[in-house]
Every structure is written in structure tokens, then in C-alpha cells.
Design a protein around this ligand. Structure first.
Ligand code: COA
Ligand code: AMP
Length: 628
């Protein structure tokens, strides 16, 4: 039962996780479970040795799943469906790993992947894992500058890229973006491996670029390289409050144990099930629930290169579920809002047989009660909100369907998952009362699979998450726990925003706006959006004497953010104002700005240096609303 399991995971973490670790095939069984010798740096299974790719592929082939489909590639944008068995996937991965090795990639080397949603993205991730190399996938929607920042931090030996991505009906050429990133970056990889898609054949740089097929065809298959449980499997950059993203590190051992445990226990998904996470491999959901958890479990995973709407219609998700007999779907609430907007009555559902579907899991942003109700009425299966982050790698709060399904309270992600001791603290680090909103924290140690540190930056890891309240991991989210122990997550308390399930930093956007030669200062805040949950809104103050047309500057600013961060930032509106509201010590009052834009009551802070400016912001926001 849930309460008992949760209690045991906290009272006896060693026993609890040692048992979970039995589901993993170790080269050297760990004798240490929780290594708490160097707090606040906790490590799991520190003397264990394994290979993650072996656990995801080889062992299943050896144990009778060779002919089971491991991956279904469903791509409405290229009109392709491909079913790849475990044996075939292993062959492709071993071959590509051999190719990477021939380029000098070894244990501990970094490999950046800039890939669309094609099987080669999964092959490249697993090939790195096979060699003990550390992959770092960069989401295809990020612009060259963001890619360059990640290249300079991870310092990859090799970069693997697809020649293009396809956004509904638009071909986005990735190779020119990669070339520009390499012009910006100071670190240069030895080689770039390019997977040529027929939709856009990339021009190769002689001596540096290598063709994927030629490399894999010429390579000898590589065997699994044994790594320590604590060796990094991947780095995934995520938005923090500054313009420099955080390189979240994931280890091999704890990750394999936690993800293998999570699929049956949280998602109620068993070996052999067909499981679909409709995300992108560039995000943590893609890492954990398109690639690693389903393959570690011996499931069939669906890799979908399409959107919830427009590829070709709002019945796209139902088509995939019925074509492939999907038993559990995971997606962001924004995807359902997009479907609902185009098909409010849910008519398209009636064209498909959805009898295989047992549950729908939603995360990435708050599941608002309206979307919950709509999805629940439409599909007639449990709709499960669950909360987690890139940092955790797997759910922190959920309704653990595989342990004990609990009553759903719309607006709440239900209860802390075993392994997580979730607390709500006030600004002083003290626990708040039942039902009172505060900062969502997790008492240390975090369970296996969560971030052990930030890439080569232990200090930033401690500063960002652990130093505010010693003994606790601070999530950056606000929320409350009710009298029944249900946790509700209300949104970020920092300058991170969530746009269509994509985590973005307003600080990064501010850094771009501030670079415009006519801009004296600026602020970017997140505002509510019916489809995307939140979108950014920029405010700029122009330099004295600038006489150019404000509209022209605004469109330049929008374009700059698109070019430097990526279209995915979705910054479409920038307001020119005379001054920013600030405290007397010069701190920008973003919270007040957010309240004004949201039309909420707010208190004028006593520390404000000039309250009149708030009226001006109210006026410009009214003009903005009237123009919509
Ligand atoms: N490569 C290149 N460009 C990309 C991209 C990629 N991988 N992903 C998104 N973009 C572009 C889009 O084409 C769009 O460009 P545009 O401004 O020129 O139209 C822009 O980035 C914004 O994309 P998005 O936020 O996805 O908006 P959208 O209007 O295209 O689609 C949704 C809206 C709701 C359908 C879509 O955001 C969605 O499916 N979201 C789910 C997100 C998700 O899975 N998150 C993971 C957590 S589970
Ligand atoms: P990411 O690291 O990209 O997965 O984004 C994590 C952030 O998304 C969290 O810190 C939350 O702000 C938000 N988030 C994710 N899942 C949920 C959820 N179920 N409810 C509310 N917010 C969520």
C-alpha cells in the first residue's frame, strides 16, 4: 500500500532501494546503497558497476525479447511508421557506438546531440551509454547561440546532428544552425556526425563532418563498457534564473534503478506494454519516458514526430493510440488544450478505437482543473497529474497507480512518491501550516536518479538548490499540502517560466533584449496564456534620445529573441515604457508587474522609488489587451 511504501522508503532507504536495484543487471553488485559520507552530496550504489545500454537492450535480447518491437517511430510529418525490434535496435546502437569509437569517443567523453524526433536520436543516446560516453541532447528548437553555450560548457569531442527537423509542414534545416553555433562557440569538437534526412541534404564541412551512414556502415559493433554507478550517463541543460543554463548531471546506477522502479509502480506499466510519452527527446520527459524507462523495462516505446494538432488534425493522438495499441500516454496539458481548442466537443475520438488505453499522465506544467475534467470526460480513463523536474529526472509527486490508485483531487498532483520527503517551507525555512502556501522543498537525501550535481559546478549546485535551507533541496516551485497530504504545485517562485510545457528563463530573454543598442533596461515576465499556460511579455526602456519608431524596435527585439534563443521562446510582444518599477535599492519589481498584467489586486511596496510608474504600466497593459 502507498502509505506503507512511502514510509519505508524514508525510514529504510537502504532496504527499499536495495530491493529496487535487484531489477537491474549489474556487472558488480553494489554493496553500498545510500552513500552519505559527504553531505550534502549524496550518492547511490557508489561501489556498483553496470552499463545502462546493456540493461536497456542486450539483456532483453538475451532474455527473449529479441523479436519484440522496442521502438515504434510514427512520423505523420514524413508519412512514416517504422517498427524496430530489440534485436534491430541493439544492432543499430552497437554499430553506431562502434562508429563513435572510431572517431575517438571513449568513456567520460561528451557527445552533444542536436537531433529531431527520429530513431537515430535514440540510437545515438544509447550508443553513448554503451561506450560510457556522456550525451547531452540539445532541443532542436533552440537557436545557435543556446547550442553554443551548451557546447562551451560540455566541451564535446563529437557532435551528432540531424540535417533537419520538420515542424508540421516546415523543414527546419539544423545543419546551418549547427555551423553558426560552432562559429560562436570557443570549444570546437573533433568531428560532427550528420544524419542526412531526404528533406534537406546538409552541406558537409570537409575534414570535420562525417556522414552517419558511412560511419555506421564501416564500423565494427562496439560492446558495452562497464561504468561506475556514479559515472555520469548524461548532462541535460535546463533553464535557471540566469542566462546561463544549468547542466543537470544524471548518473548511471541510481538512474537505472529509479526509472525501472517508476514505470510499474507509478505508471502501472509492465514489461511488454506499449507506452507513449508524447514529448521530445530534448526534454527530460523524453530522456526518461521515451527512451530510458520504457527500454529498461522491456516495453515498446513510441517515438512520435508530430504535434497534437495539425499533423493532420486534432485526432492525431487518438490515431497513434489506436494504431499502436498504446496502453499509457504521457503528455503536457498544453497538448490537450491545443486539441480542445480545435475540437471542443472531442468529436475526433469517435473515429478511433481507444480500448487499449488504460491511463493518461500529464506533467510539465500545472494541470488546470478544466483540462483535467475535459480529458477525463473524453477518455474515461484515470487522468493523472504528476509533478517533477529536469533535476529530479522522475516524478516527485504523483498518484502511484501501480502501488495504490488514490482518489484524484483536480489541481493536485496527489502525494509524494516513495523516496521523496516533500515539505512546504516559509521564507525563513520553517514548515508552514496545513493548506498554507509556501516553497516546495524536499528533505535530503534525494532518492536515486535525481541530480547528484551540476556539470563541473558543485558550487552552483549547492548555491542553486541546497544552501538556502541546509538539509533541503529547494525546487523553485510554490505550493501547499492539504489535510489529506495532497500536494498542489502552484507555479515557479523564481524567474523561470513554463511555455507550452517548455521550461524557459526570463533572465535569458532579458539578456537578449538588453543587447539591443536602443535599449537602456528591460524586464521579461511570464503572463497567463490560454493555450500555452504562460508566454513571456517584455518591457523595455529606451535610451535617452532614441527617436526611432517604437514598433520597429519592438519587432527587432522579438526577432532577436527568436534568433538567439529560438522560436520556442514564443516572445511575441514587447512594450516600450518610460521607466521600470523599482525599489529604492534598484531591484525591479517583477512581482508587481506580473500582478498588474494579470489584472490582480496588488500592494504598492513601501520600498518603491516612484509609484507613478505603475499607472503607466497599467495603461500600456490596457492598450495591449484592447489590441488583442
Ligand atoms: N525544432 C524547431 N522549431 C521548433 C521545435 C523544434 N523541435 N519545436 C518547436 N519549434 C518552434 C515551433 O515551430 C514554433 O515556431 P513558430 O513560432 O515559427 O510557429 C515555436 O517553436 C513555438 O513552438 P510551440 O511552443 O511548440 O508552439 P506551437 O504553436 O508550434 O504548438 C503545442 C503548440 C501546444 C501544440 C505544442 O507546444 C505542444 O505540443 N507542446 C507539448 C510540449 C511538450 O511535449 N513538452 C514536454 C513536456 S511533457
Ligand atoms: P522541467 O524541468 O522542464 O521538467 O520543468 C519543471 C517545472 O515544470 C517544475 O519546476 C514546475 O514548475 C513545472 N511542472 C512540471 N510538472 C508540473 C505539474 N504536474 N504541476 C505543476 N507544475 C509542473
Amino acid at each position: 500500500m502507498y502509505a506503507e511504501q512511502h514510509r519505508r522508503s524514508l525510514d529504510d532507504p537502504n532496504g527499499f532501494w536495495a530491493e529496487a536495484a535487484e531489477a537491474i543487471d549489474w556487472v558488480k553488485e553494489p554493496t553500498v546503497v545510500l552513500d552519505d559520507s559527504n553531505p550534502p552530496f549524496y550518492r547511490w550504489f557508489s561501489d556498483g558497476e553496470l552499463n545502462t545500454c546493456f540493461n536497456a537492450l542486450d539483456r532483453h535480447v538475451a532474455e527473449g525479447r529479441a523479436e519484440q518491437v522496442a521502438l515504434i517511430y510514427d512520423s505523420p510529418v514524413t508519412d512514416t511508421v517504422e517498427r524496430i525490434t530489440y534485436a534491430e535496435l541493439l544492432d543499430r546502437v552497437a554499430r553506431f557506438a562502434g562508429g563513435l569509437r572510431s572517431l575517438g569517443v571513449d568513456k567520460g567523453d561528451r557527445v552533444i546531440l542536436y537531433m529531431p524526433m527520429i530513431p537515430e536520436a535514440v540510437v545515438a543516446m544509447l550508443a553513448c551509454a554503451r561506450l560510457g560516453a556522456i550525451h547531452s541532447v540539445v532541443f532542436g528548437g533552440f537557436a545557435p547561440n543556446e547550442l553554443a553555450i551548451r557546447i562551451d560548457d560540455a566541451r564535446p569531442k563529437v557532435i551528432v546532428a540531424g540535417s533537419c527537423g520538420i515542424e508540421v509542414d516546415r523543414v527546419i534545416e539544423y545543419k546551418p544552425l549547427l555551423d553558426s553555433a560552432l562559429e560562436i562557440a570557443s570549444h570546437q569538437p573533433d568531428r560532427c556526425v550528420i544524419y542526412q534526412r531526404p528533406q534537406a541534404i546538409a552541406t558537409m564541412v570537409q575534414g570535420r563532418d562525417v556522414d552517419w551512414d558511412e560511419l555506421a556502415d564501416a564500423a565494427d559493433p562496439a560492446d558495452c563498457v562497464t561504468v561506475k554507478a556514479t559515472d555520469p550517463l548524461y548532462i541535460l541543460y535546463t533553464s535557471g534564473t540566469t542566462a546561463i543554463p544549468k547542466g543537470v548531471v544524471r548518473d548511471n546506477g541510481g538512474h537505472a534503478v529509479a526509472l525501472r522502479w517508476s514505470l510499474p509502480n507509478i505508471f502501472n506499466v509492465e514489461p511488454g506494454d506499449i507506452y507513449w510519452a508524447a514529448s521530445d527527446v530534448g526534454w527530460v520527459v523524453g530522456h526518461s519516458y521515451i527512451v530510458y524507462a520504457p527500454l529498461l523495462t522491456g516495453c515498446t516505446t513510441v517515438l512520435y514526430e508530430g504535434k497534437p494538432v495539425g499533423t493532420p488534425d486534432p485526432g492525431a493522438f487518438w490515431r497513434v493510440i489506436s494504431d499502436h495499441d498504446v496502453s499509457s500516454l504521457f503528455c503536457a496539458p498544453t497538448a490537450f488544450r491545443a486539441i480542445k481548442r480545435e475540437d471542443p466537443q472531442g468529436e475526433y475520438v469517435h473515429n478511433y478505437d481507444l480500448s487499449s488505453l488504460r491511463s493518461l499522465f500529464m506533467a510539465g506544467e500545472r494541470l488546470d482543473p478544466d483540462t483535467y475534467q475535459w480529458a477525463s470526460d473524453l477518455l474515461g480513463v484515470p487522468v493523472i497529474d504528476h509533478w517533477w523536474q529536469t533535476e529530479s529526472g522522475w516524478p516527485i509527486v504523483a498518484n502511484c497507480l501501480g502501488i495504490e490508485p488514490m482518489t484524484v483531487k483536480p489541481g493536485s498532483a496527489t502525494k509524494p512518491v516513495p523516496g521523496y520527503d516533500v515539505r512546504i517551507l516559509n521564507g525563513a525555512g520553517d514548515p508552514v501550516g496545513v493548506g498554507e502556501e509556501g516553497l516546495v522543498a524536499v528533505k535530503l537525501p534525494l532518492p536515486p536518479g535525481t541530480l547528484p550535481t551540476l556539470w563541473q559546478d558543485d558550487d552552483r549546485f549547492v548555491d542553486s538548490y541546497l544552501s538556502t535551507f541546509p538539509g533541503y533541496y529547494l525546487s523553485g516551485d510554490g505550493g501547499y499540502i492539504d489535510a489529506d497530504g495532497y500536494v498542489s504545485i502552484m507555479g515557479r517562485v523564481d524567474d523561470v517560466i513554463n511555455v507550452a510545457g517548455h521550461r524557459l528563463s526570463t533572465g535569458a530573454m532579458e539578456a537578449v533584449l538588453a543587447d539591443h543598442s536602443d535599449v537602456a533596461e528591460c524586464a521579461v515576465i511570464g503572463i497567463a496564456d490560454e493555450l500555452k499556460g504562460q508566454v513571456p511579455l517584455g518591457f523595455v526602456v529606451l535610451n535617452a534620445g532614441v527617436e526611432r519608431n517604437g514598433a520597429e524596435i519592438q519587432s527587432e527585439l522579438v526577432q532577436m529573441v527568436r534568433d538567439q534563443i529560438g522560436a520556442v521562446a514564443s516572445l511575441k510582444r514587447v512594450l516600450v515604457i518610460k521607466r521600470l518599477p523599482k525599489t529604492r535599492s534598484g531591484k525591479i519589481l517583477r512581482k508587481v508587474m506580473r500582478s498588474i498584467v494579470a489584472g490582480e489586486q496588488y500592494q504598492v511596496p513601501s520600498t518603491i522609488d516612484d509609484p507613478v510608474i505603475l499607472d503607466e504600466i497599467e495603461d500600456s497593459v490596457q492598450v495591449l489587451s484592447a489590441s488583442e
